[in-house]
Design a protein around this ligand. Structure first.
Ligand SMILES: Nc1nc2c(c(=O)[nH]1)N[C@H]1C(S)=C(S)[C@@H](COP(=O)(O)O)O[C@H]1N2
Ligand SMILES: [Mo]
Length: 447
């Protein structure tokens, strides 16, 4: 039968539909499944390799600091790690030290700031390989099918980790699961897929990187921009459009985006005037006044902690071999010590302040336990929300700088910073510096 316009002759529509279907099966459905759909003359293995290697270097920092953060939570202590059935994934390398005091500030600041900085690179990398998402047929062999399925875990895992991380630092808990275990499981899935991807592609990426001279690319404008030579992987466009941008322009655009993310968030890890540059820092404006004028994570009001709970009636319950109740005046009569220590939040921001209070080790002795062998579970007055309790290791309790702080920068703690008393432990994640402490429950560690 001669070709007829679709649906003109009786019976022709069925034949045309069949032909269309045959063409779909052979060449893929129309649109992005057809190679000629993708026309950017910049796509190619060299560009993908440049973006991939930059991304890899950054992801190594994000992954290492992320796993360190897991260790920093002292996940083996009660109350600290609620991940169900974590098994081997709950692995950490060492007990988190109290020394140097700035370590978590640096590692967690790097985790968040580098993660944000990588967002433009990740998007550009995905853009550079997006034609591969639509490759037709979906798999020519079982091996290829498995390889492509592993990319679902890689891309999905990256998307999940970046999305949950960014939503969490915005305190925007829209996901229907708890951040901490989800980000931990997601990390292992993503890292496993990434390890496979790197093992398979790294040699190729390094080879491709040598195929063009970066300095030369950075000197080439739009006029001199030509597509990369056709590649066996199908990244280079089959029918490239004339360039509207050079590779230099693309790299500058991505690099500029990353520089902007870095520049507008790194200030949240610094004290002093540069802190005000952190326009992307989500908690930028919730400060106190006077000596208490520094970042507040959750306000007392938002957690239902009232001035009445924390007034003259307040007593600290100290539980151990002995049990006792102390008023704030009792605590102020004990030996007081002053140290400059940072609060370093898992959300990336950090700040150093000067804290005055009673040593946890002295309170342990009052409770009849020996510092160095006892951990403590700290419980707060708060009635709603998370982080109302946390456990500190025996090593943390024994550090002379680990305080039940009563004052900050020479003034009484403000209600938002944890009045009447809060925990400050050197090098601990901010979330373990429990505010509005109600009870210190000392017990032998690993009993
Ligand atoms: N009771 C209680 N303590 C808490 C929190 C909380 O939500 N409730 N937030 C923690 C977190 S996540 C951090 S980073 C620090 C922040 O202390 P700040 O608000 O005084 O800066 O407090 C910690 N102590
Ligand atoms: Mo935090």
């Amino acid at each position: 039968m001669p070709d007829t316009p679709e649906g003109h002759a009786d019976g022709g529509s069925a034949a045309a539909a069949r032909r269309r279907l045959t063409a779909w099966v052979r060449d893929g459905p129309p649109g992005p499944f057809r190679p000629r759909f993708w026309r950017s003359p910049l796509r190619g293995p060299w560009l993908t390799s440049v973006l991939g290697l930059v991304l890899l270097a950054g992801l190594v920092i994000v992954a290492v600091t992320g796993l360190l953060s897991y260790a920093a939570y002292n996940p083996w202590l009660p109350e600290n790690d609620m991940t169900p059935g974590k098994g081997l994934l709950g692995f950490y390398l060492f007990d988190w030290p109290t020394q140097p005091v700035w370590l978590y500030r640096v590692t967690q600041g790097a985790h968040v700031v580098v993660g944000l900085t990588l967002v433009p690179v990740l998007l550009a990398k995905l853009w550079s390989v997006i034609p591969k998402l639509f490759v037709w047929p979906p798999a020519r062999s079982i091996a290829e099918g498995i390889e492509r399925a592993s990319l679902v875990l890689l891309v999905g895992g990256a998307g999940f980790q970046f999305a949950t991380g960014i939503l969490n630092i915005q305190l925007f808990y829209v996901f229907p699961f708890s951040f901490y275990p989800a980000h931990l499981y997601g990390a292992w899935i993503f890292l496993a897929a990434l390890a496979v991807h790197v093992a398979v592609r790294l040699p190729r990426a390094v080879r491709e990187l040598r195929s063009r001279d970066l300095r030369r690319e950075l000197r080439t404008g739009v006029d001199g921009t030509r597509p990369e030579p056709r590649d066996p992987y199908g990244l280079v466009a089959a029918d490239p459009a004339p360039p509207t941008m050079s590779r230099r322009g693309l790299l500058a655009f991505v690099g500029g985006g990353s520089a902007m993310m870095f520049g507008l968030s790194v200030g949240q890890t610094l004290d002093g005037p540069l802190r005000r540059t952190a326009l992307l820092a989500p908690h930028g404006r919730e400060y106190g006044t006077g000596p208490n004028d520094f970042q507040v994570n959750k306000t007392a009001a938002s957690l239902g902690v009232t001035a009445a709970d924390t007034g003259a009636q307040w007593r600290l319950a100290v539980v151990g071999a002995a049990g006792l109740r102390l008023s704030r005046a009792d605590l102020l009569r004990m030996p007081l010590h002053t140290y400059a220590l940072p609060i370093a939040c898992v959300e990336g921001w950090s700040t150093e302040q000067v804290w005055t209070g009673v040593r946890l080790a002295d309170l342990a002795r009052l409770a009849g336990v020996t510092p160095g062998s006892a951990m403590v579970t700290v419980r707060s007055l708060q009635r709603v929300g998370y982080f109302g309790q946390a456990s500190l290791s025996a090593g943390q309790v024994a550090d002379p700088r680990a305080l039940l702080a009563l004052r900050v920068n020479g003034a009484d703690l403000s209600l938002d910073h944890g009045f009447p008393a809060r925990i400050i432990v050197p090098n601990a994640p901010g979330v373990h510096n429990t505010k509005w402490v109600r009870e210190l429950d000392f017990r032998p560690e690993r009993a």
